[in-house]
Design a protein around this ligand. Structure first.
Ligand SMILES: NC(=O)c1ccc[n+]([C@@H]2O[C@H](COP(=O)([O-])OP(=O)(O)OC[C@H]3O[C@@H](n4cnc5c(N)ncnc54)[C@H](OP(=O)(O)O)[C@@H]3O)[C@@H](O)[C@H]2O)c1
Length: 330
């Protein structure tokens, strides 16, 4: 496994991280808690130390599961969680309504708000620490940006948490370059977490070069395009009820066929590196200029172990160029 620094924080995090969104069940058609705990343990045993979660993933459940898995090994993990998406109060900027029913005993729609006021951050971190069962977070990230709170106020609160030792590094997510600039005016940020994969390369033009220039780690989320790049989503595969991929245009029949064609063309490289498509996609991600870490979601121990092995892969420059040519042409 390759380990890379999170910005200038001095924290060394595995190039392949484990994303714990699906483990929370919400938007993924539910979760198997025991298997989820085993998945996190398997990831750690395979060299992954970067574990990314958020309060909103399962409305607290993902953080609780991560906490259970880290019992006794907390200090070995680089624990990343987030703040700024709240569902227990209607404050800040309305984000969306989750139509998932019966989550944690709920009986109806849940309204989610983007809210990054100092008071809200303070209460959110206390809840996260309690759910995870720890007294510090390694990387604390603003999950989505809130237009109702000045960035300076948000950042000043995060800097206070850092001084108090509750967090070791500050990160942002779903942020434009303008947001990054505003944060940096007030203090140091060490990571930016954005969507990035073979199928979604928009950030190559803005956030990635911006972060690289300033020594900020770039954490790619959804590097497997939510499973599409693993090759397992056949044209007729039907996702479970409650799984957001069921109606997502990314998973349209036409797109599944298009991506399969791309994977078929890439199979020569999968064979050359003795890698699965999932490993090829994850390794490709953190080999791109300026992209330091790939956060791959997994729900089963075997998936986590497979993805971790991508952390040992080293592409030659010529192969990387040839792979990019195929991606560009599909
Ligand atoms: N900051 C944000 O707003 C944001 C947004 C999205 C994601 N994220 C972070 O990024 C992480 C990863 O993104 P993601 O979960 O959206 O998608 P992803 O990593 O692109 O895909 C994860 C899914 O791919 C499948 N998979 C994983 N490894 C596999 C393997 N080796 N073989 C076959 N299938 C495999 C699993 O699907 P099945 O469940 O079908 O098995 C898994 O749930 C999240 O968990 C979260 O931590 C952050």
């Amino acid at each position: 496994m390759q380990y890379r620094e999170l910005g200038k924080s001095g924290i060394k995090a595995s190039a392949v991280g484990l994303g714990a969104w699906a483990i929370g069940g919400w938007m993924w058609g539910g979760t198997e808690e025991k298997e989820s705990v085993e998945t996190i343990k398997a990831a750690m045993d395979a060299g992954i130390n970067l574990i990314d979660t958020a309060p909103v993933y399962g409305f607290g459940l993902s953080e609780e599961i991560v906490g259970r898995a880290l019992k006794g090994v907390r200090e070995r993990a680089v624990l990343a969680t987030k703040c700024g998406l709240v569902w227990d109060r209607e404050e800040g900027e309305y984000h969306f309504t989750s139509d998932e029913k019966a989550i944690r005993g709920g009986s109806g729609d849940i309204k989610v708000f983007k809210y990054l006021s100092p008071v809200s951050i303070r209460s959110e971190i206390e809840m996260s620490l309690r759910r995870i069962g720890t007294d510090y977070i390694d990387l604390y990230q603003t999950h989505w940006q809130d237009a109702t709170t000045p960035v300076e106020d948000t950042m000043n609160e995060l800097l206070k948490l850092k001084q108090e030792g509750k967090i070791r590094a500050i990160g942002v997510s779903n942020a434009g370059v303008g947001h990054l600039e505003s944060y940096l005016k007030t203090g140091q940020i060490d990571a930016d977490q954005e969507s990035y994969s073979m199928l979604d390369r928009k950030r190559e033009k803005d956030n990635i070069p911006y972060c690289e220039k300033r020594g900020i780690a770039f954490l790619a989320y959804s590097p497997l395009a939510r499973g599409l790049l693993t090759g397992k989503v056949t044209p007729d595969f039907v996702f479970n009820d409650g799984d957001h991929r069921r109606d997502n245009p990314l998973f349209s029949r036409g797109n599944r066929i298009r991506v399969r064609k791309m994977l078929d063309e890439l199979s020569v490289f999968a064979e050359k590196y003795d890698a699965s498509f999932a490993q090829l996609a994850v390794a490709w991600t953190f080999h791109q200029q300026g992209c330091t870490h790939a956060l791959a979601g997994a729900r089963r121990p075997g998936q986590a172990m497979e993805n971790a092995k991508a952390g040992d892969m080293n592409f030659g420059g010529e192969d990387l160029a040839a792979i990019n040519k195929i991606i560009d042409s599909c």
